[in-house]
Structure formats: C-alpha cells, structure tokens
Design a protein around this ligand. Structure first.
Ligand SMILES: O=P(O)(O)OC[C@H]1O[C@](O)(CO)[C@@H](O)[C@@H]1O
Length: 445
C-alpha cells in the first residue's frame, strides 16, 4: 500500500480546487475504461497486472532460469521504456554493491543500447571478453538504432565467444509479434522470444516481459511485483471514490499546481536506490504529457546528495516548481551511529540512532524548508523497498499518468516529437530512403 499526502501543497492551492477536478477525473477514468479517449489503441497496460497468468509467469521464470544457469552477466539491450522499468526495479531491490561481491547469487545485469557512446560500448565489449554472457534484445518497434547497434555488436561477440548453439540459448528477444528487425532476427536464429503487446506502449511496458524477464534473471520475485501492481489496480480503480483514490488526487493536484504556474515537478527520493525509478518516471510523464506546447516538465533529484547541489536552486530559485517526495517507511537493514570517545566530529548527539532516523529528519526538515521557500510539496509513502511496494508504485504512476494526461487534454499514449531527431540523424548519416532529407539538411550546415 502507498499513501499520498497533499497537505503541504495547500498553502499554494486550495483543497476545494483540487476536489473540483472530481468530474474531470471521473471523465478521464471512464475514457480509459471504455477506450473512448485519445490514444485508445494503447490501453493494454490498464488492466495488465490483473490479467497476467501463472502460466505466463512460469514461462518467464523458466527462461530466466536458463540464463541464470548459463550466464555470469546478462546484458539488457534497450532504450527508454525498453530498459528503464527493468533498471528501476532491479536497482531499487539490489544490494548497492552487488557487482563487487565475489559470491554472486545471480548474473550481473548490465545495460546497453541506451546510448551511442563508442567508449561505453568498447569498454562493455572489453569487459565481456572473458565472461559467459547472455543478451536480452528488447525493442517494441524492433528498429531503434541505439538498441540495434548495440545488439549487432553483442550478438556477434556472444556467438564468437560461446558458439552459435549456446548463443541461441542465452540470447532472448522481446519485441513485436510480427514486425521489425528484432522479430525477424529472433525467428531466423531460433531465439526464445516474448511479445510486447501491440496495445502497450514502451513506457507502460514494465509489467510485460520487457521488465519482468530481466527482473526475474536478477533474482527478484516477479509474482510479488505483479501482486503489488494488482493491489494498486484495485486501490486506484474507477469506482474508488475520488477522495480515497491516490491516483485521482495526484493527477488532480499536479494539474491544479500546473494551472497555478508550477511548471516543473521534481520527483524527490531519499534513497539512492530509487534513482532509476525517477528516470523511469521522467520518461513516463515527459513522453506522455509534453506535447502541443504544454505539459509539466518532469525533473528528479536524489536527496540528500542533491541538497548539496540543486538544494540552493530549489530553496531560492524561480518559483515555478513543486516537489513530489517518495518516502520509504522502513529500511531493509539496520545500522546505528556509533559513539566516539573523542567526539571530534561532534556527532555524539546522534550516537545510538539509526542512520534512517537522521535521513528522516533530513527529509522532514527539507520539506518544511522548501515549503517555507515557496515550493509546494506532495509526499508519497511506500512501506519498504520490496517487490510489492515497487510494483504498486509503478502502477500508481501509470494510472495517474493516464488520468493526468486526459485532464491536460493531450494524447498521453503517443510520442510524435521523438521522431524529429531520428529523421535528422538518418539524413545526416545518409540512410537509404532519406536522400531528399539528406540534401536538405546538408544545405543547412
Ligand atoms: O522499444 P523501442 O521500439 O526500441 O523504443 C524504445 C523507446 O523509444 C521511443 O519510441 C522513443 O523513440 C520510446 O517511446 C520507447 O520507449
């Protein structure tokens, strides 16, 4: 269960005005349920958690086991929604130093295909030279340049190092059922493959094999993750009254803040393991709402780290921001501050306290300071960093995003703006079929 508290936004906007969104939220929920809104061919995520079968999870777990048995390292090749969900969950649940531990209980998960860094790819392929590695090639379209380029390198290296037969066993494709180069390659090579449903967009795909397979390979319980999302599907259901539905309140509050000049939402965490949850959230809200010259700009910070960099701006910069804090109620481990006889650092007043007590006071103190500085604050509390909480949190953000996008009046399920850079890049690289664009772009240089 998660809880949402908007009390600390109420000096800036009124509860009355937030609750005035009730009818718009209802209309958005109905449009989602009945498939009558914009982008209605991409609503497969809406009841995805409750439609996942035991057989599907068993199939995923069996494939995960094959890779766990045969690989020291698994490279997840994907970009945007085709890698951020898996990375968000894996990093939230993993030991922070797992790759440095000698005794590993699961393959190390590495990522590629999310940049075009020559040095990154060189260093990755160098590292993999003496490793038994596998690859998950994830691309809904099956044609994304970043991913295809990385996969071309990794496929060759895997076959060269491990032989064609073993490569076939440890390369998995997650892509469209019929279209795209990733599908053709998987079928031709005989790779195990999973389908990304047509009606689930990349940024909403974490609970499809896109997220579930890498998460299972990393050793986490995908049944519990899905159960957490199923719970949230109920908590945020269309028939839950507005005042009790956290997704409805979150969507309404952020739209009201936006209307009042708060153009930037900063997602805040106090746990470095949540960094990639924020990255996933940024894509979810950025691609969904940033269009038609409108939309809240989704930003993120990791506190208290970034209090020592961005903290100044947040406290005293332009007052166009609000914060949404993700607070984790309970830590997984316990560590107390030791007492020190000399007390040269003056920290004996903390002796015996848990580190998290200090963190929680940093959180509370920051919230009060930022509210005093003119920054409205929302607070989302999750019980712990475990599969159930994270599964619930991800679904909460998805459903709230669908509602929020409809309130804003945009199609939250397309991303036409992403094509502009691709067109120019292809023209500059003289991709066949782009002759006219190549000529036109060269004339501009
Ligand atoms: O899974 P694909 O088709 O490779 O796309 C990856 C990402 O690229 C985008 O399509 C943007 O180009 C995102 O929406 C998506 O998550």
């Amino acid at each position: 269960m998660i809880s949402l508290n908007i009390e600390k936004t109420l000096g800036f906007i009124s509860k009355e005005n937030v609750f005035a969104y009730e009818a718009q939220v209802k209309a958005a929920q109905e449009a989602l349920e009945n498939g009558t809104g914009k982008g209605n061919d991409f609503l497969g995520w809406l009841h995805l958690p409750s439609s996942i079968t035991k057989e599907h999870l068993a199939d995923l777990k069996a494939t995960a086991q094959t890779l766990r048995d045969n690989c020291e390292v698994v490279v997840v090749a994907g970009i945007g929604g085709s890698y951020l969900g898996a990375r968000a969950v894996i990093e939230a649940l993993s030991n922070s130093f797992t790759w440095l531990q000698d005794k590993k209980t699961a393959p190390v998960i590495l990522y590629a295909g999310h940049n075009i860094g020559e040095d990154y790819l060189y260093e990755l392929t160098e590292y993999l030279k003496d490793k038994k590695f596998g690859v998950i090639n994830i691309s809904k379209s099956g044609t994304t340049t970043e991913t295809a380029l990385a996969f071309r390198l990794l496929k060759k290296q895997c076959e060269d190092q491990r032989g064609k037969e073993m490569a076939k066993k440890v390369i998995v494709a997650i892509t469209d059922a019929k279209k795209g180069a990733a599908r053709v390659t998987a079928d031709n090579e005989g790779y195990k493959s999973f389908i990304i449903p047509d009606n689930v967009g990349g940024r909403f795909s974490v609970l499809t094999p896109v997220g579930l397979l890498p998460i299972a390979i990393a050793g986490f319980d995908i049944e519990k993750l899905v159960a957490g999302a199923v719970g949230m599907e109920k908590t945020c259901g269309k028939d839950v009254p507005f005042a009790e539905n956290p997704a409805a309140i979150y969507a309404a509050t952020r739209n009201e803040l936006y209307k009042n000049g708060k153009k930037i939402e900063i997602l805040v965490n106090y746990n470095p393991k949540l960094h990639y949850v924020s990255e996933w959230w940024k894509q979810l809200y950025g691609e969904s709402e940033g269009k038609e010259n409108k939309g809240i700009f989704p930003a993120a910070v990791d506190f208290s780290t970034d209090l020592h960099s961005m903290g100044q701006w947040i406290q005293e910069g332009e007052r166009t921001i609000y914060e949404t804090v993700i607070s984790v109620e309970k830590t997984q481990h316990s560590l107390q501050v030791p007492s020190d006889e000399a007390n040269l650092d003056g920290l004996n007043f903390l002796a015996g306290k848990h580190v998290d007590e200090v963190n929680k006071m940093a959180e509370l103190g920051t919230q009060l300071a930022h509210v005093d500085g003119g920054v409205p604050n929302m607070r989302i509390v999750i019980p712990a960093l475990n599969e159930e909480s994270i599964g619930g949190l991800l679904y909460f953000f998805e459903i709230a995003c669908g509602i929020s996008g409809y309130i804003l009046g945009v199609n939250p399920f397309n991303q036409p703006g992403v094509e502009a850079y691709k067109k120019n890049m292809f023209a500059l690289l003289n991709k066949p079929g782009y002759e006219e664009e190549s000529k036109a772009i060269q004339a501009r240089l």
